[in-house]
Design a protein around this ligand. Sequence first.
Ligand code: BTN
Length: 252
Amino acid sequence: MYKILANTLFLGKEIIYMPSCHSTNDEALQMLKKPDTREGLIVLTDNQTKGRGQRGNVWVSGAGVNLIMSIILKPGFLAPTEQFYLNIISSLAVAACVQKQVPMCSSQVKWPNDVLLNGKKISGILIENTIQKNSIQWSVVGIGLNVNQSVFQFSKATSLLKETGYTASLPSLFEEVMTTLEYYYLQLKAGKRDALKQEYLSKLFGYREFRKYRSEFVFEGQILDVLETGQLQVQTPKGVQSFDFKEIEFIY
Ligand code: BTN
C-alpha cells in the first residue's frame, strides 16, 4: 500500500510498515541502534497502540484511518541549540499539505508545532533528537495527521474528513507530506533559516494578535516572536517575556 518514494532524493527510500505497533517513534528510536540505519528511513503504522505526544501526553489515533509515521533525519548541520528549526520545517510541511487539500480554509501552526485547520488540531508532531558533541546526531520526527477519522474524543480535534466531508487516500497524502518535508529540510540544510522562520511566523496561530494565555496566571498577551531557542516571546501585562514549552498554555 505504501510505496518507496520515487520523487524524493533521500526520504522514504526505505519504509518499515507495521500493521500495528506501540509507537512509531519508539520503533524509529530502536532503529537508531542499528549500524546500517540511514537518513530518510520512515516507520509507518496503521494502528498505534501507545502513541506518545508532547508534554508526556498520549496520542490516540483511530486504526487504519490516519497517517502515523516517524521519519529519521541526520541533521548534523544543526547545533543542539538550533533544534527548533526541525519543529519549523516539519510543521510547515504538514500545514502546506493540509492547505493544499483544503484550499478554501486556512491551515495554521500552533506553537511549537501543532497544525490547525479551521482552528482545530489536525496534526501533532513529536520530535526526539540524539545529540553528539556539538551537533544533532539523529532526529526522529513523529507525525500524526488526522485524515479519515470521523469521531474525536476532544472537541478541538479534527481531520480532513471532518472538515471537507471527503475521504482522502492515505498513500497519496503520505507521499505529498514526505515530498514537502524533504523540500523544507533541504531549504534548511541550504541555510534558508530566515525565510523559513518568516514563513513559520506568517502561519503562526495568535501571532501579533491579543489572546488569552495561562502561565503563572491568566493574562491577555500578544506573541511577538519565536526565538532561535524555540522560546515563545510574548508581550504580557508585565512586559516582554519568553516562555519555554511547558511554561505557557493557550486559552482558546
Ligand atoms: C502531540 O501533539 O502531542 C504530538 C503527537 C505526536 C504523535 C505522533 S504519531 C507518530 C509518532 N509516534 C508517536 O508515538 N508519536 C508520534
